[in-house]
Design a protein around this ligand. Structure first.
Ligand code: NAG
Ligand code: NAG
Ligand code: NAG
Ligand code: ZN
Length: 402
């Protein structure tokens, strides 16, 4: 269901003009009451530790908060004591969905707010509790104007593979009405036009132990692995690329092998992350397999072996809508929950704070950035709705012509 009446559009106009047309964007401010509530909400969210698998407490607190503010809250169990939250007003089937995640990476860092520098820090202060708080505050006032056509979804498990979002995708009670989905992740207040895909895998080399004085009696797993990595170094230069995302990159993140200098290594392994700038995981998997074919055959001939273990199916580059006036855009190289949400809908990705500090021990952002995100989310919701309605109207016209 989408609202199509012009009356509703007219109601939205005042929100669009929060800033006077001639004012510089940085002069736009939140009213003090909303700003204080934003600070309070963000603080509470950050103060409750919620490292992935430990999201229960923050979820409970947030449910209570949302219920107190007139939201209907449903929980979806993802695994024992871990729940996604779906919140909506009077209607459950809404056009717009705002979503982010409530888990954080370890370790926990306590909340602080330095008034002098205007900086708010602590684990999750950016990724992604800044987005959660700003999304909620963005709906204040707007929810009524949109006739409750807006829902919130806060998922668990984004930081370790996206089990929360995948569970929501597969939920038998999932509303089928969400046509505009706005994801919240740190994007430095820009609209993300897409991100690279991902293909993770491990190489497992096996050999046969022997004294290093008599290496011909054994097979060195380390030798097999080093040769395999040599092939991948070469392959790395020829992986698919695109104008939009640049080169596909391949990171040898962790390499292990053998036990001591004077022993021929029996096992060796490497963990590798490939970030796809073009193509599909199948294509890149094929390239990797064929690049390693000869090394594998040679190892087997000597009594050793080389196996590839794929971390998951992987996914290709993810294109995201970013055609909204008044927002800067960028592409990013990190993964998000976006590909984990199945279905056909318009999706946007925006959030306050920088990804570069997000997982660090100095995770922080300015209070001003948090406030601007509230205004930006409002703008984004209104403009995305307009774009959506225009396209709907066009489709309707084309139907009539047919
Ligand atoms: C707060 O920020 C100011 C200005 O950057 C700095 O001088 C001060 O040391 C900070 N206070 C604390 C408690 O970190
Ligand atoms: C992509 O790779 C090519 C060749 O390996 C290199 O010349 C180019 O600078 C790379 N582009 C980027 C954006 O890193
Ligand atoms: C799901 O999301 C997680 C983290 O957000 C990401 O690492 C993972 O690759 C995604 N999975 C798929 C199938 O897209
Ligand atoms: Zn995140």
């Amino acid at each position: 269901m989408i609202f199509r009446s012009l009356a509703v559009l007219a109601l939205l106009v005042p929100i669009l003009t929060t800033a006077t047309p001639t004012a510089a964007p940085e002069l736009t401010t939140l009213d003090p009451a909303t700003s204080d509530e934003l600070l309070h909400l963000h603080r509470k969210l950050v103060e409750v530790e919620s490292i992935t698998s430990n999201e229960e407490d923050v979820g409970k607190w947030l449910s209570k908060y949302l219920r107190r503010h007139d939201w209907t809250v449903e929980t979806q169990e993802v695994s024992k004591t871990r729940y996604n939250l779906l919140a909506y007003g009077k209607k459950r089937e809404t056009t717009i969905l705002l979503t982010s995640h409530i888990d954080t990476v370890p370790p926990f860092w306590p909340y602080y707010y330095n008034k002098t520098s205007d900086i708010i820090g602590g684990r999750g202060s950016v990724d992604a509790k800044a987005s959660v708080a700003a999304q909620i505050m963005a709906t204040v006032g707007l929810k009524e104007q949109l006739q409750d056509d807006i829902s919130l979804l806060f998922v668990v498990g984004e930081e370790t593979g996206g089990d929360g979002m995948r569970a929501f995708s597969a939920w038998d009670k999932r509303p089928s009405s969400h046509e505009i989905i706005i994801f919240g992740e740190p994007t430095e207040a820009k609209l993300v036009c897409g991100h690279k895909g991902m293909l993770g895998f491990a190489l497992k080399a096996t050999g046969k132990a022997a004294h290093s004085g008599y290496p011909w009696l054994g097979v060195s797993a380390n030798d097999v692995l080093v040769e395999a990595l040599g092939e991948l170094l070469e392959l790395r230069k020829h992986l698919p690329w695109s104008e939009k995302y640049g080169n596909t990159t391949m990171n040898f993140g962790r390499i292990q092998g053998g036990v001591a200098a004077n022993v021929v290594a029996e096992t060796a392994s490497a963990n590798i992350a490939t970030r796809l700038a073009a193509g599909t995981p199948d294509v890149v998997r094929g390239l990797i397999i064929s690049a390693l074919k000869d090394v594998k055959a040679a190892a087997q001939k000597q009594g050793g072996d080389l196996d590839i273990e794929w971390a998951s199916e992987g996914y290709g580059p993810v294109d995201i809508n970013c055609n909204i006036d008044g927002f800067e855009t960028l592409t990013v190289n990190y993964g998000t929950d976006v590909p984990n949400l199945s279905g056909d809908h318009k999706r946007y990705l925006y959030g306050p704070g920088s990804i570069f500090v997000a997982h660090s021990d100095h995770e922080a952002l300015k209070r001003k950035e948090l406030e601007e995100a509230v205004l930006d989310y409002r703008r984004l919701i209104v403009k995305a709705t307009e774009v959506h309605q225009k396209q709907r109207a066009q489709q309707d016209e084309e139907q009539v012509e047919l």
